[in-house]
Design a protein around this ligand. Structure first.
Ligand code: PMP
Length: 438
């Protein structure tokens, strides 16, 4: 452990730079160096830093009431935020369960699914199906549904048993003679086989990120894939849990990424951009029939965390949502996202070590390869992703790198998730600095 730090950092031997201020798309360190936050931290800071409307709402709330435990009270601000989220949610989602972050949201959704089936007299549904190369959080339940073997391996045996199927990974897995739609059908057929193997009446839920984020660059779904998944789940009475902790809350250009797939999940998890980094907050949006089963049955959800519905967190999230609506930021994400994509393609499309550039809205992944023709990855021992992150930091650029061995697959990926307020000039600067770092 570095004697210079008492904070338990992830990298135990090193102390990262000291961040002292955030303003707009920039963070500043103690030496006065500015960094463009091209990753929004980890796809969190959708409105950038120091947004005056969010700060004002938080100040007003903290002056009035910071915290009231939900076993005694609800608050005006939590009710307003829930109203706002329900009014903009996919059809039939009637209730919002607040938590403090993404892993808690996923844990809560898993337990909601379990309790729902107990309440409706189907306790034999004990299995979850999820996808390889997915990330759903670091708590033990979320880690179990997550499909990143490297993160899971040393924590086995995990608390719940989960079957994993293939994600949409077009660049690597779509056959040359297959259309994207045929590839999607093949993936749905693989899911159908997994359901048959487990027994259709034994499966609780299929869990997936609508757009994959934190494991293999950005993994976008192929057309029709989620429609096929939804039909399959409906046929067998299986719940569809979509995890939009990273890709949700406007990041891909619609408030929820599933809107672009034309599917409505039974449970939808959000976090990160919900509070925009101003406060830790996450939520599970639930279909009426799930809430109703609990209301008619035991009358309570047997779960809960101390800080759920924290008033200042709700005030921050409500302000973030109001700014997004008032300033037309979803349209701006689509427009600036198209600009960022065109710049990335123009500058990096022919780069000898860029294999694929993929994404939606302001959510972009770059897959690095040693050889474009064979799509061979770099030797993982080079830790290219970590070196690229360091090179980018030296250029005053924050990017979110991923690498290491994932389910026997390695690879180096970079994630870009800049604030929705990024100007075209700031996006240009992101691309320029990324090229220099590369
Ligand atoms: N789900 C997804 C899709 C995520 O990307 C993340 C975080 N990267 C999580 C869950 C976990 O969120 P948190 O780190 O806030 O617990």
């Amino acid at each position: 452990m570095n004697p210079d730090t008492r904070v338990f950092h992830r990298q135990l031997a090193t102390r990262p730079p000291l961040a002292v201020k955030g303003q707009g798309v920039h963070l500043f360190d103690a030496e006065g160096r500015a960094y463009i936050d091209a990753s929004g931290g980890a796809a969190v800071s959708c409105l950038g830093h120091g947004h005056p409307d969010v700060l004002a709402a938080m100040h007003a709330q903290i002056d009035q009431l910071a915290y009231a435990h939900t076993s005694f009270f609800t608050t005006e601000v939590a009710e307003q935020l829930a109203d706002q989220l329900v009014s903009t949610a996919p059809a039939g989602m009637s209730h919002v369960y607040f938590v403090s972050g993404g892993s808690e949201a996923v844990e809560s959704a898993l337990k909601m699914a379990r309790q729902y089936f107990v309440e409706i007299g189907q306790p034999q549904r004990e299995h979850f199906i999820a996808r390889r190369q997915s990330y759903h959080g670091n708590t033990l339940g979320a880690l179990a549904v997550g499909g990143n073997e490297w993160r899971r391996a040393q924590f086995r045996p995990l608390l719940i048993d989960v079957t994993h199927v293939a994600p949409c990974y077009e660049y690597r897995d779509r056959h040359a003679d297959e259309t994207p739609e045929q590839y999607g059908q093949r993936l749905v057929a693989e899911l159908a086989e997994a359901i048959e193997r487990l027994g259709p009446d034994k499966v609780m839920a299929f869990v997936a990120e609508t757009v994959g984020g934190a494991t293999a660059g950005v993994l976008t779904p192929v057309p029709g894939y989620f429609k096929g998944v939804r039909e399959l789940c409906d046929r067998h009475g299986i719940l569809l849990i979509l995890d939009e902790v990273m890709c949700g809350m406007g990041r891909t250009g619609t408030l929820h990424a599933c809107e672009q797939e034309g599917v409505v999940p039974d449970l939808l998890t959000v976090a990160k951009g919900l509070g925009g980094g101003y406060q830790p907050i996450g939520a599970v949006l639930a279909q009426e029939r799930i809430v109703d089963a609990m209301r008619q049955g035991s009358g309570l959800f047997q779960h809960g965390h101390t800080y759920l519905g924290h008033a200042v967190a709700c005030a921050a999230a409500l302000a973030v949502q109001r700014v997004i609506q008032r300033d037309g930021l979803l349209a701006q994400v689509r427009e600036r996202g198209a600009y960022l994509a065109s710049r990335l393609q123009a500058v990096l499309g022919e780069h000898p070590h860029v294999g694929d550039i993929r994404g939606r809205g302001l959510f972009w992944g770059i897959e690095l390869v040693q050889d474009r023709a064979t799509r061979q990855w770099f030797d993982p021992s080079l830790k290219l992703h970590a070196r690229l992150k360091a090179a980018a930091m030296a250029e005053g650029l924050m990017i979110y790198p991923m690498g290491g061995t994932v389910d026997g697959r390695c690879g180096d990926h970079v994630l870009l998730a800049p604030p929705f307020i990024s100007s075209p000039e700031e996006l240009d600067a992101i691309v320029d600095r990324l090229v220099r770092a590369l």
